[in-house]
Write a protein that binds this ligand. Structure first.
Ligand code: ATP
Length: 280
């Protein structure tokens, strides 16, 4: 298991972020007793945890533990067989998946879901659209309100491009960019919708050591400066242990442990789940 903290990543956390965590009271997301059955398979079995405002929660577990299933429940691709998921106190389970961005839940995709034949800037603009007040009718008629919101979207996209240091590739097609840059675009696209909760689906997949370091810095930056709470589903233990405030560990669909990264690295059940599972 590579539990190591990538060098320096954690020390880059700002004092401001420590304050946010110290004050964090209100849970942004409450997962309550969530159970998911696929026919005879119990993919999740009564899983509960909270994510507090401004926190980064790492969700880990060996292959088949239920991480993707839980992620898909949070993004409303799956509906739990029982249990509840509340965003800022309100259930999300009565809303369809396409309403999640509007409700404040943003996500990135494992295999990068950015539009490859659009420029970086246009990808970020697409993300910003879901946070804008424009609608199809006013856009089509090019009413003054639509023009104003287009200007707002352009400005918001430029701010994000500057903030996430995408300026040098802003007008290039995503298709031609190295994978590490594509992941950065994916993060910018998700952040453009101004999510309250950002779901990151194995963002380190396919990245080399230096790119994982950079990604860790970016995740901390979006949390520290972007006023967002983060759920990180990830196999890369170095990344999870260095950026997460708390870690939830699943095994065979059940939560077997929850605590700080330091606590989880010493937890006997966590160690044996990983050793038993033959995972990283
Ligand atoms: N659509 C599905 N139909 C049937 N069974 C499923 C489905 N999706 C997941 N499962 C089963 O549910 C369990 C949990 O799977 P899940 O993909 O959530 O685990 P995971 O922790 O994300 O694993 P990995 O790290 O390999 O991605 C597994 O036993 C899996 O085979």
């Amino acid at each position: 298991m590579g539990w190591a903290d990538p060098k320096g990543m954690r020390s880059r956390m700002s004092a401001a972020a420590d304050d946010i965590r110290a004050d964090a009271g209100q849970p942004v997301i409450e997962v309550r007793d969530v159970t998911v059955r696929f026919g005879g398979v119990l993919a999740l079995d009564g899983v509960s945890f909270d994510i507090r405002a401004g926190a980064i929660l790492g969700l880990i577990g060996p292959n088949g533990a239920g991480k993707t299933t839980l992620f898909n429940c949070l993004s409303r691709l799956y509906t739990p067989s029982s249990g509840d998921i509340r965003l800022l106190g309100r259930t999300i389970l009565r809303q369809p998946a396409h309403k999640m961005a509007g409700m404040g839940i943003g996500r990135t995709f494992q295999n990068v879901a950015s539009f490859h034949n659009l420029t970086v800037r246009d990808n970020v603009r697409v993300g910003a659209h879901s946070a804008s007040r424009s609608n199809v009718a006013s856009d089509a008629l090019r009413l003054p309100s639509a023009r104003r919101s287009e200007r707002e979207i352009d400005r918001a996209a430029q701010e994000l491009i500057d903030w996430l240091e995408l300026g040098e590739v802003a007008d290039r097609l995503v298709a031609g960019l190295p994978f590490g840059w594509q992941k950065r675009v994916e993060l910018a696209r998700a952040m453009a919708a101004k999510p309250k909760l950002l779901l990151l689906d194995e963002p380190a997949g396919g990245l080399n050591h230096d790119e994982v370091q950079e990604l860790g810095g970016l995740i901390l930056k979006v949390r520290d400066e972007g006023d967002v709470t983060v759920l990180l589903v990830e196999h890369h233990m170095g990344l999870v242990m260095s950026v997460s405030d708390r870690v939830v560990v699943l095994n065979f669909g059940r939560k077997i442990a929850e605590g700080t990264p330091e606590e989880m690295q010493k937890h006997p059940e966590v160690i044996s789940a990983y050793l038993g599972g033959g995972d990283e």
